[in-house]
Ligand binder design. Structure first.
Ligand code: NAD
Ligand code: MG
Length: 396
């Protein structure tokens, strides 16, 4: 019996994780669930999975949850605040931690799970982007297992040789081909992007996801963050990670070996597949996802991405080449920009402009402590807010 904590249990990944776990009550026990403010969803999840702990963002939300749970599951202990997130990520009887909080808010609890030597199922790519070296060092020190949930990285993980800890060159791998759907605006005339709305940006052609990652997919910052994520996870140099536009989202990524062989992982676009794989690794278990109908797929298309159309991808490559705190600054500026876009305070095309502005203002420092990283994250957010104040072009 494995004990599981789900950080971000009410989100898109959290819900898919609970769906997979609900098929395996005899193998996994849900120990803790966390959520930001969604009390109703948390009530449902607690009733269905009877965790020992439920964590909410603040005392108000926790009090509301307690009120609802008193009748249905009085044994659930309701906690509040960020220290409680770290606590439930490191409990002694927790073996697996699903890190599925969105954004920088997930960094501390994800790091706590790594430090405690858990199997970390990493969906929260922003945590790794911000703290790459530090995070990988903690994993190494504690003996934690790091299993990528991002579909592309999960696909790469499935196609890599078992031990890739010495880097691509030492493992017979030439490069990683990271596939990307190109999002909803892959073919939209550039002149029309000025008037894109949050609703249009969140309508992803192939995946149903949270709003932040949906906007990131539309700008392709998501793929940029994933390039950085791939560099850390697989010990790859940025030039060894090639982004490939593949609109069908059937191949989830590929690994090219020195002899010219290319291995790919194909599947229906459903996050329950990487989740089930990471829960059962090195074995396999059913995920609840239907067979891939290869005849219906019929064809697979590929094209190189345009950095003119997707400047966020260029900025992400720049950040990982600069290294140090640059990826944390990129991530922080992006989080502020995306939130402002979703609140209709920033135009879609101004998202990369804001990020580039912030990156040009903040100098790169060594990312050798959590404090140093969080200080730059904070500074970048302040710069981004200042940019928003001075660029008040009317939006939609
Ligand atoms: P989501 O918005 O649907 O869910 C986010 C979860 O985090 C919710 O449970 C929410 O309550 C919680 N949360 C949000 N802000 C918080 C805060 N400040 N403090 C504590 N908890 C907070 O997001 P999602 O789509 O499930 O994505 C989660 C993570 O997984 C992201 O990092 C995303 O990049 C990554 N990811 C998602 C998908 C996908 O298919 N959705 C695919 C690959 C990677
Ligand atoms: Mg992905």
């Amino acid at each position: 019996m494995r004990g599981v904590t789900i950080l971000g249990a009410t989100g898109s990944i959290g819900t898919s994780t609970l769906d997979v776990l609900s098929r395996y009550h005899e193998r996994f026990r849900v120990v803790a669930l966390t959520a930001h403010h969604q009390v109703d969803k948390m009530v449902q999840a607690c009733i269905a999975h009877q965790p020992r702990y439920a964590v909410m963002a603040d005392a108000d939300a926790a009090e509301q949850l307690r009120g609802h749970l008193a009748r249905h599951c009085p044994d659930v202990q309701v906690l509040a605040g960020s220290a409680a997130l770290e606590q439930v990520a490191a409990l002694a009887d927790v073996d697996y931690v699903m890190a599925a909080i969105v954004g920088a808010a997930g960094l501390r609890p994800t790091l706590a799970a790594a430090r405690a030597g858990k199997r970390v199922l990493l969906a929260n790519k922003e945590a790794l982007v911000m703290s790459g070296r530090l995070f990988m060092d903690e994993v190494q020190k504690s003996g934690a297992e790091l299993l990528p949930i991002d579909s592309e990285h999960n696909a790469v993980f499935q196609c890599m040789p078992r031990d890739f800890s010495r880097g691509l060159d030492q493992t017979g791998v030439r490069r990683i081909l990271l596939t990307a759907s190109g999002g909803p605006f892959r073919n939209q005339p550039l002149s029309e992007l000025d008037h894109v709305t949050p609703e249009q940006a969140c309508a992803h052609p192939n995946w149903v996801m949270g709003r932040k990652i949906s906007v990131d997919s539309a700008t392709m910052m998501n793929k940029g963050l994933e390039v950085i994520e791939a560099c850390w996870l697989f010990h790859a140099a940025p030039e060894q990670v090639q982004v490939v536009l593949h609109p069908q989202s059937v191949i989830h990524s590929m690994v090219e070996y020195l002899d010219g062989s290319v291995l790919a992982q194909l599947a229906n676009p459903d996050m329950r597949i990487p989740i089930a794989y990471a829960l059962s690794w090195p074995e396999r278990m059913a995920s609840g996802v239907a067979s891939l109908n290869i005849f219906e797929v019929a064809r697979l298309d590929f094209e190189p991405p345009s950095l003119e159309r997707f400047p966020c991808l260029r900025l992400a490559y720049e950040a990982i080449r600069l290294n140090g705190t640059a990826p944390a600054v990129l991530n922080a500026a992006n989080e502020v920009a995306v939130a402002a876009f979703l609140e209709r305070r920033l135009a879609f095309v101004d998202i990369p402009r804001l990020i580039e502005h912030v990156m040009s203002q903040v100098s790169v420092k060594p990312a050798n402590s959590l404090e140093a990283i969080l200080a730059e994250d904070h500074l970048a957010r302040q710069m981004a807010q200042a940019y928003l104040k001075t660029n008040t072009t009317a939006v939609l």
